[in-house]
Design a protein around this ligand. Structure first.
Ligand code: AHR
Length: 635
């Protein structure tokens, strides 16, 4: 039981407060004993949780610009591709299930041009993920696999075309297409154009005959210029959160709807042409072109620890694999996956990673066994977890193994708790872990969010989040990691499956919600220890946490006023002396419904000001609906 804190929060009469003349609740008194350490702060407290949902990767973080480059089709035909018949050209397109460039992609699109010429070419068009964003004087790297029924069909012309004007903004001629499958790579360079996402890609031939295509790809410049890499604006937004870890690949995406749909990581590595893809539980196809190694390189780029979730034999439609021999292949797959991630190049799977382009092993501390296995009503998780635990610990005793539901057979190292709530629930439960058992497993709050506002959370949600995070920080001796979910949403019509997500974007633009900025503030100002402190008085919607860093030289005081009234607070600092240079970083709105949108991305952003003339004890006032960090310097 934890007793180091007490927060006497006055029984608030906030609901009686006059609406037009907001008045401060009673003054809160916050005492901070800066020379007395209460506990350590987990160095991995804040991180990212991610999965393929809301077009998080395809049409999101993964920078590929072509949608359905592998020509999947349904009853309506080949998705996302349209026949192009310029002038008097004549052609038809169909899915050809009899030919493709690889075992993984054994099908293709066949474009049969019966009439085509240089003046009237025929081919196909792709509109990307709700547009193809183009910037001036930029080189785009493109590729496809192709073959023709005769070399007379000639070269393929690739063009990037403006939707409204029909103007060709960049084009390339790809010559020498043969009659056997081969990959062709080329670049498209824009000139002095206006940035826009109202563009599409066209691939055409200028002679009659058949052209087969597969795995069409188009890349803009990527973060750190990685081939097959990520989108720069989104990576910069994630970097600003200072995330310490990345939990992947899910979430439900790890499990799949049915047993056959599990995240079979071995099918997500190697050349893209050898990746068959799989159905995601969020109702769209995943090519897996953003696969296991790409997740790890994402970790590398943002200096995050990988938190690897391994499939544990349970899928979303309540299907499970019995512990015992039936589960053995999945346990072996997890052992192989751990070796792929962290083994030296002398190991079998470490060598495979090296062959895939990354000889250096990734440092692994945490492995999560499954996802939300409390939904497995068969009761098989105890046995499944135990089987994975024993096999993994036998080979990797140093790994910390996370359970996704309480376990009776043994004590898991870490337990993953999930919370999707309303702001008011988090206000009432911000002390959730204050009295939690310190003898049990460590806690990973692997998914949590205030679900108010769509497609991204509003200021009221950010206040719920911030109140909750003060509790996470106060208890980070117990809580080793915490991650908001879901992280990303493409806000284009039809792209979203989950209605409250941290960061929104379309093909070209992106924005952070107020909750995103709360994460940035909490992640950027986090110390390594927590001093002894206590608060009394103040309203029922007033929350705090205090951490210190750099040998106690800096104090980060977080204050959350979720009330419509201002909150006065007296801060009594003992055991240290303040130095000049203190700052206040403040996120504030006039109404909890206020928010940021794709068109108004910066309505609510943190504002920084100088904190002047404060001493050992000082008065401070937190405006209504405000999240603040007081970044204090000491002598
Ligand atoms: O974050 C969305 C979903 O919520 C996750 O996939 C799942 O783990 C949880 O139920």
């Amino acid at each position: 039981m934890k007793t180091k804190h007490f927060a006497i929060l006055a029984c608030a009469a906030w609901f009686l407060a006059p609406v037009v003349q907001p008045q401060s609740s009673g003054t809160a008194v916050l005492t901070i004993h800066a020379d007395q350490t209460a506990s350590k702060v987990s160095p991995t407290l804040y991180g990212l949780m991610t999965e393929e949902i809301n077009h998080s990767y395809e049409g999101g973080l993964y920078a590929e610009l072509v949608q359905n480059g592998t020509f999947r089709s349904d009853w309506s035909g080949i998705n996302d591709w349209i026949l192009v018949e310029d002038g008097n050209s004549e052609a038809k397109i169909s899915e050809d299930k009899s030919t493709g460039p690889s075992e993984a992609l054994p099908h293709s699109i066949r474009i049969q041009a019966s009439e085509a010429s240089a003046q009237a070419p025929a081919g196909v068009r792709n509109d990307g993920f709700w547009g193809i964003p183009l910037h001036p004087n930029t080189t785009y790297h493109a590729s496809f696999f192709a073959k023709e029924d005769s070399t007379d069909v000639g070269p393929v012309t690739a063009s990037l075309v403006a939707n409204q004007s029909g103007k060709v903004l960049a084009s390339a001629v790809v010559p020498g297409i043969g009659t056997a499958w081969k990959e062709y790579k080329f670049t498209l360079k824009t000139g002095a154009i206006e940035p826009s996402m109202e563009n599409h890609l066209v691939l055409t031939v200028a002679h009659p005959g058949s052209l087969w295509l597969q795995l069409v790809s188009l890349f803009p410049p990527t973060y750190h210029n990685r081939p097959n890499g990520t989108r720069i604006d989104l990576m910069e937004k994630l970097a600003a959160m200072h995330p310490r870890f990345l939990r992947f690949p899910g979430g439900n995406y790890l499990e799949g709807d049915h047993l056959a749909d599990w995240y079979d990581w071995k099918k997500t590595i190697g050349p893209r042409v050898d990746r068959p893809g799989h159905p995601s539980p969020w109702n769209y196809w995943s090519t897996d072109d953003f696969g296991l190694l790409e997740f790890l390189e994402w970790c590398e780029d943002l200096h995050m620890h990988p938190v690897l979730a391994v499939y544990a034999g349970y899928s979303l439609m309540h299907e499970h694999i019995n512990p015992g021999p039936d589960l053995e292949p999945y346990v072996q797959s997890a052992l192989d996956e751990i070796e792929y991630v962290s083994g030296g190049p002398e190991t079998k799977w470490g060598a495979r990673r090296a062959a895939d382009g990354h000889p250096q092993p990734f440092h692994l501390t945490y492995v999560e066994i499954g996802n939300e296995d409390e939904f497995d009503t068969s009761g098989s998780y105890d046995g499944r977890y135990e089987q994975f635990y024993k096999a993994i610990k036998a080979k990797y005793p140093e790994l910390q193994l996370i359970a996704t539901a309480p376990i009776k057979s043994l004590k898991p190292d870490v337990l993953d708790d999930h919370y999707y709530r309303r702001a008011t629930d988090f206000f009432h439960d911000a002390d959730h872990y204050d009295k939690a058992d310190r003898q049990g497993p460590k806690i990973f709050v692997g998914e949590w969010a205030t679900r108010e506002g769509t497609p991204t959370p509003n200021m009221g949600a950010a206040l719920g989040d911030a109140a909750w995070m003060t509790g996470l920080e106060r208890n980070s001796d117990l809580i080793v990691m915490a991650s908001y979910a879901p992280l990303l949403v493409n806000v284009s019509p039809g792209a979203m499956q989950w209605s409250t997500d941290l960061i929104g974007y379309d093909a070209m633009r992106s924005y952070g919600s107020p909750s995103y900025y709360a994460q940035v503030m909490f992640g950027s100002y986090l110390g390594d220890t927590e001093p002894v402190c206590a608060m009394s008085g103040g309203g029922s919607r007033f929350f705090y946490s205090v951490t210190q860093s750099e040998a106690k030289k800096k104090i980060y005081l977080k204050l959350v006023n979720a009330s419509s009234n201002p909150q006065a607070v007296e801060i009594e600092l003992t055991g240290t002396k303040l130095a000049p240079g203190g700052r206040v970083i403040s996120l504030s709105a006039h109404d909890p419904d206020a928010t940021n949108t794709i068109d108004q991305p910066k309505a609510i952003v943190p504002v920084e000001s100088v904190l002047n003339g404060v001493g050992g004890t000082f008065q401070h006032r937190v405006p209504p609906y405000t999240i603040e960090v007081l970044a204090l310097e000491t002598r």
